[in-house]
Ligand binder design. Structure first.
Ligand code: SF4
Ligand code: FES
Length: 348
């Protein structure tokens, strides 16, 4: 049989697909795909939450543990389950792998624990936080959080720090996900901030208060999953659910110029990159588009942004808890989520 040349070998490798099942739903993905991205190819409720992974930032993931899943079958060749829950953003699939996310009470219980950990130092200042309504930790707390804390020690607190003239760092809210560090590393020519210290002393800091001063620095605001990095031009101006998001673009020499304008009446209160269903930006935008173009005449308006009907932005309040069908059918999952159902009832 003639040997396949290099290009044919690459083509053959591209054609290889691994069969995986996540919460019983089959999907075929390329080798090297992570469990999280395989789940995103299926979509919907079985996609694990991700607070630190960001598909557009190389090396992200593996920090927050919100994406834990159970691998109940390792692969076709070695069907043994993995002994511990694994971070789905960092674990690649094997052929024949079977994964459980929302069908595993163990995963749901572990996720509750992760949320409790993340909230140890994170203040519940959602009523005054600009990220409220768009905060992934707020959503997770609503879904998995406890009504009270078991933590009795003093919490970490920090003074607010100005990072440049447009971005404010509220370190008390930071969950050390590293996304902003990757943005500075990968999108800007010089990185002047990072995580200093370790363990309980770890904090985001600019080296000797250096400002992040370059055209793409504003993207740290968009990637921050909580309200630790906020837009000083928008701070305390409005609640996000009172604003109207509109898609617009301009001919920008620096970035794609594709943005979302957030209106209150006739006024553009803020400009952000467009985000996908996982809260990740579609394309990073420059500071000129973000901070300096706040007149409607600067933009070509495309139309209202499509907002999920369940989003607090479109509804003005949280929707009634609608458990996915898999939870409705399983008594053990209903039991595992009992607190959540009760809390939802109280809120109605
Ligand atoms: S400031 Fe925000 S983006 Fe940066 S590490 Fe903290 S939580 Fe993550
Ligand atoms: S998203 Fe996987 S560890 Fe944070």
């Amino acid at each position: 049989m003639p040997m396949a040349d290099g290009r044919e070998q690459i083509k053959m490798a591209e054609d290889v697909k691994f069969k995986v099942s996540i919460d019983g739903i089959p999907v075929e993905v390329s080798p090297g795909t992570t469990i999280l991205n395989a789940a995103r190819q299926i979509g919907g409720d079985i996609v694990p939450p991700a607070m630190c992974y960001y598909s557009k930032l190389q090396g992200s993931g593996g920090k927050c543990r919100t994406c834990l899943v159970k691998v109940s079958k390792g692969s076709e060749k070695d069907p043994r389950p993995m002994p511990k829950l694994v971070a789905s953003c960092r674990t690649t699939v094997m052929d024949g792998m079977e994964v459980q996310n929302i069908t595993s009470p163990e995963v749901m219980e572990a996720r509750k624990g992760v949320v409790e950990m993340l909230l140890i130092n994170h203040p519940l200042d959602c009523p005054i936080c600009d990220q409220a309504g768009e905060c992934h930790l707020q959503d997770l707390s609503y879904q998995h959080g406890l009504a009270s804390t078991r933590y009795e020690f003093e919490r970490r607190t920090f003074d607010k720090i100005d990072i440049g003239d447009k971005v404010q760092l509220h370190m008390t809210r930071c969950i050390l996900c590293y996304r902003c560090v990757f943005v500075a590393d990968q999108l800007t020519p010089q990185r002047v901030h990072g995580i200093l210290g370790r363990g309980d002393a770890a904090e985001i800091s600019t080296y000797i208060e250096n400002a992040i001063d370059n055209e793409f620095s504003g993207n740290v605001i968009d990637v921050c999953p909580v309200g630790a990095l906020t837009d000083k031009t928008f701070r305390f101006k409005n609640r996000v659910w009172f604003t109207k998001p509109v898609e617009a673009h301009r001919d920008c020499p620096t970035c794609s110029g594709k943005v979302t304008l957030w209106y209150k009446g006739e006024e553009v209160l803020r400009v952000t990159a467009r985000k996908d269903e996982y809260g990740e930006v579609e394309a990073f935008i420059c500071n000129t588009c973000r901070f300096d173009k706040k007149a409607t005449s600067d933009w070509t308006i495309e139309g209202p942004r499509d907002v999920k009907p369940t989003s607090v932005i479109s509804l003005n309040h949280y929707d009634e808890l609608a458990p996915p069908p898999v939870v409705k059918k399983s008594l053990s999952l209903q039991e595992a989520n009992k607190d959540q159902f009760e809390r939802a009832k109280e809120l109605l």
